[in-house]
Design a protein around this ligand. Structure first.
Ligand code: ZN
Ligand code: ZN
Length: 453
């Protein structure tokens, strides 16, 4: 017996003081920092961790990553992760804690920054859950690891913490948890077993032509026309090659070519973001992309083959059934009719890198943060897709009441996992994805797909 009582009952009767949370959240919200440059955010997290003198703190893991461990006797070890980076987005909300912050990006340009994905919310609610669990230590035993992760938006933060020794810095978790805020009626908690977030493959492609004077197109192989044709033809991968009942997204998110109005440039660059739940389908689509890009270059008469650079590979978030079976009943008790089934989300996460490094089961759930009146008005007029800001939108702003929801969800989720008898797993053997893909592995992906063509 490692937890005495129902998780929801323990959390709701906890004597923790959570009055500080709103001010801390507003500070994080007003001071968003870009992936890998979260210096002030990490300093503030460490300052807030001073509330918890019995937790062992390990700072500066993989950049600004931080872990906090509370060893509270025998029992399971549960890890919960919160990310804390912001995005290069100019906030367009009218609250008094809106971000007016800016920062230099990797290219040295000053860009406005915003917590447009709610990572400030994740971090504040994990601190809140720590306060709750700290205040009811006599009601549970085991070990809790709070993990604060940088650089999620760049898909490198979890890899960075793992490569910097995360598995040695903290006890081996029996289970890993994470949560993410999403557009949805405030206070709704969404859970599902199986794949809930997609894998992500980012490909940068350089198309080579032949430059010339803009008045002499016959002397060129025009890479702008080649890029335009390629972008259009790539639309047929999903519409003509993927079975209609299967999920796939191939977005050309960036097209760059030329600097002057009277020069046909000699190359163009396109960047693709591709999302899948199914790994076999991912491989098939990458092959199709390479086939189409090469064929279009040939059709244009290009002398030089296009170059493919695989700059990002993230696995799908595939919730472990056993963890879902433990947490869902606890959420049903805690949230009643607001505990609902999660629709798979087309975004991607680097969170699974952490459980994979330990070989642990895991689960990510989501929390709806849109003010209820705003949601209901949009729903009634059939304008949910238009009127409700999604993650990464300049108007994305969690209802303040949902800080309480995600704090409860984190505390209830952790407690329900502390109450479960987890089977022994092979702790020595981390699974694939434990370390970032090396250049050689990324090249191997390119070679592998090239060979199929
Ligand atoms: Zn995001
Ligand atoms: Zn996010």
């Amino acid at each position: 017996m490692t937890v005495s009582g129902s998780p929801a009952g323990i959390v709701d009767n906890a004597p923790a003081d959570l009055d500080w949370m709103e001010e801390v959240y507003k500070w994080f919200h007003a001071h968003p920092e870009l992936s890998g440059a979260e210096e002030q955010t990490a300093i503030r997290i460490r300052k807030e961790l001073e509330r918890f003198p019995d937790w062992e703190i390990t700072p500066n893991l993989g950049g600004y990553g931080i872990t906090a461990v509370l060893r509270n006797g025998d029992g399971p070890t549960v890890l919960m992760r919160a990310d804390f980076d912001g995005l290069p987005v100019a906030e367009a909300t009218d609250v008094d804690y809106a971000s007016k912050h800016s920062q230099l990006n990797a290219q040295g340009e000053r860009v406005p920054t915003m917590h447009a994905c709610g990572h400030d919310h994740h971090t504040t609610s994990l601190l809140g859950a720590m306060a709750v669990l700290d205040s009811v230590r006599d009601k549970w035993s085991g070990t809790v690891i709070a993990l604060f992760q940088p650089a999620e938006e760049a898909s490198i933060g979890a890899h960075g913490m793992v490569s910097d020794g995360l598995t040695k810095a903290v006890p081996h978790p029996d289970v890993c948890l994470a949560q993410h805020v999403v557009a949805g009626p405030a206070g709704t908690v969404y859970t599902a077993p199986g794949p809930v977030m997609t894998s992500s493959t980012t490909i940068e492609i350089t198309l080579f032509g032949r430059g010339a004077h803009a008045s002499m197109p016959h002397r060129s192989v025009d890479p702008v026309v080649l890029a335009a044709a390629t972008v259009m033809k790539l639309q047929t991968v999903v519409s003509r090659e993927v079975p209609p009942n299967k999920f796939a997204v191939i977005t050309v998110a960036s097209v760059e070519a030329g600097k002057a109005n009277n020069v046909i440039p000699d190359s163009a660059r396109i960047a693709l973001s591709c999302r899948f739940y199914d790994e076999d389908l991912r491989k098939k689509c990458v092959e199709a992309i390479k086939r189409i890009v090469r064929a279009e270059a040939m059709a244009a008469g290009a002398d030089r083959d296009p170059e493919f650079k695989f700059v990002g590979l993230l696995g799908a978030t595939d919730n472990t059934d056993e963890v879902y079976d433990v947490i869902r009943p606890a959420f049903d008790e805690a949230f009643g009719e607001d505990s609902v089934e999660m629709e798979p989300w087309t975004a991607s996460e680097d969170f699974p890198v952490i459980p994979k490094a330990f070989g642990s089961p895991y689960m990510l759930w989501t929390v709806g943060i849109t003010p209820r009146t705003q949601w209901e008005r949009a729903e009634a007029s059939g304008r949910l897709d238009i009127d409700i800001p999604t993650n990464h939108n300049p108007g994305f702003l969690p209802d303040l009441s949902t800080l309480q929801t995600s704090t409860r969800a984190a505390a209830v989720g952790i407690l329900s996992c502390l109450a479960h008898d987890w089977p022994e797993r092979d702790k020595a053997k981390p699974t694939m994805g434990a370390v970032p893909p090396t250049d050689a592995e990324i090249d191997a992906v390119a070679v592998e797909t090239a060979q199929v063509n």
